[in-house]
Design a protein around this ligand. Structure first.
Ligand SMILES: NC(=O)c1ccc[n+]([C@@H]2O[C@H](COP(=O)([O-])OP(=O)(O)OC[C@H]3O[C@@H](n4cnc5c(N)ncnc54)[C@H](OP(=O)(O)O)[C@@H]3O)[C@@H](O)[C@H]2O)c1
Length: 264
C-alpha cells in the first residue's frame, strides 16, 4: 500500500530491518538537515521504530516489509545476516529497486539471487558514527544512490573490489576489542586505588584526545607512533613488551579468522 508521502523533496529511503544501525543512519539523515529525505521503516523493532517516528516528521513505519518496497526504490537491508535469505526471498522486488545491504559477509552474488529481479546491488559498511553524520562508509560497487545516502551521513570509501570490502569489514570487527583494551587500562588504574569513575573518566579523556590527534594529523601511523614515545621511555617500554609477547600477531590472526568467516 502506498503511504502518503512525508514532507520532503528528495527521494525516499526504505529500511528493511530497523535496529541499531538503521537508527544511526536515520538519525544522521536528520541531524542538522534542512530537508531530510522521507524514510519508510519495516514493522519489526517497534521500540526503535516508534522512537524514530516520534522524533522525525519525515519517518514512517510500515505494516510489512513489502510495504517498505512499495514506498521507496532505494532500499537499505539491515537485518542480521543469518536471516537475510529468508527475509529477502519472501519479498517482491522490482528491477528499479536499488538494494543496499549493510549485512556483514553477505556477498553481492547472494543478494542478486535472493532479491531478483532487482537490478542494482550495493554492499556498504556504515558505522555507528552515522548518527552524527560522521561515518566513513565503505561501499562496493560504486553507485549514485549509495553515494547520495552515505554521503549524507558522513562520506564514502569505494574500494576497487569486493574482496577489499570484506577486509574493511573485518577491520571494523576490532572496535569492541579496542574498547576492551581501554577497559583493561581503566580497571588496572582502579586496581591501583583510584576511584573507578575517575579511572574511567581519565582513560576516556586521554584516548578521546588521542583519537582527535589521529583525525587531525596528516602523519603516517608509524610517524605518529614515534611521536608518542621517547626513546628508552615508558611508552616504548610498554609497546616493546606487547610486541615481544606477540600481541600484533594475535591481532593479525584474529583478523584473518574474521575475514575467513566473512568469506564463508
Ligand atoms: N550495528 C552496527 O554497528 C553495524 C554496522 C554495520 C553493519 N551492521 C549490519 O547491520 C545489520 C543489522 O545490525 P544491527 O546492529 O542494526 O542489528 P539489530 O539491532 O539486531 O537490528 C536488526 C533488526 O532486524 C529486525 N528484524 C528481525 N527480523 C526481521 C524481519 N523478518 N523483517 C524486518 N526486520 C527484522 C530486528 O527486529 P526485532 O528487534 O523485532 O527482532 C532487529 O531490530 C547486521 O547484518 C550487521 O551485520 C551493523
Amino acid at each position: 500500500m502506498q503511504q502518503s508521502s512525508p514532507r520532503s523533496s528528495s527521494a525516499p529511503y526504505g529500511f528493511v530491518g530497523a535496529g541499531a544501525i538503521t537508527a544511526a543512519i536515520v538519525e544522521g539523515l536528520n541531524v542538522d538537515a534542512a530537508d531530510p529525505p522521507a524514510v519508510f521503516l519495516s514493522p519489526r523493532s517497534r521500540g526503535v521504530g516508534h522512537e524514530l517516528v516520534s522524533r522525525f516528521p519525515t519517518v514512517q513505519a510500515c505494516d510489512s516489509n513489502q510495504e517498505v518496497l512499495e514506498n521507496a526504490t532505494s532500499i537499505v537491508v539491515a537485518v542480521r545476516p543469518q536471516i537475510a535469505r529468508a527475509v529477502l526471498e519472501e519479498l517482491s522486488f522490482r528491477p528499479e529497486h536499488v538494494v543496499m545491504s549493510v549485512m556483514a559477509g553477505v556477498r553481492l552474488e547472494q543478494l542478486q539471487d535472493w532479491a531478483a529481479p532487482a537490478a542494482h546491488f550495493v554492499r556498504a559498511i556504515p558505522l555507528p558514527s552515522a548518527a552524527r553524520a560522521q561515518s566513513l562508509t565503505a561501499v562496493y560497487p560504486d553507485n549514485a544512490v549509495a553515494r547520495e545516502l552515505f554521503g549524507r551521513v558522513g562520506g564514502l570509501l569505494v574500494p576497487s573490489e569486493e574482496a577489499a570490502l570484506d577486509a574493511l569489514s573485518a577491520a571494523t570487527a576490532t572496535f569492541a576489542a579496542h574498547l576492551d583494551y581501554l577497559t583493561t587500562i581503566a580497571n588496572w588504574l582502579a586496581g591501583q586505588g583510584l576511584d573507578h569513575g575517575a579511572a574511567t573518566a581519565y582513560t576516556t579523556q586521554i584516548f578521546g584526545q588521542l583519537g582527535q590527534s589521529l583525525m587531525q594529523s596528516t602523519d603516517s601511523l608509524a610517524t605518529l607512533t614515534e611521536k608518542h614515545m621517547t626513546p628508552g621511555g615508558i611508552n616504548q617500554q610498554l609497546m616493546t613488551d606487547l610486541r615481544r609477547d606477540g600481541v600484533p600477531d594475535v591481532v593479525r590472526r584474529a583478523l584473518d579468522r574474521v575475514l575467513a568467516r566473512l568469506r564463508e
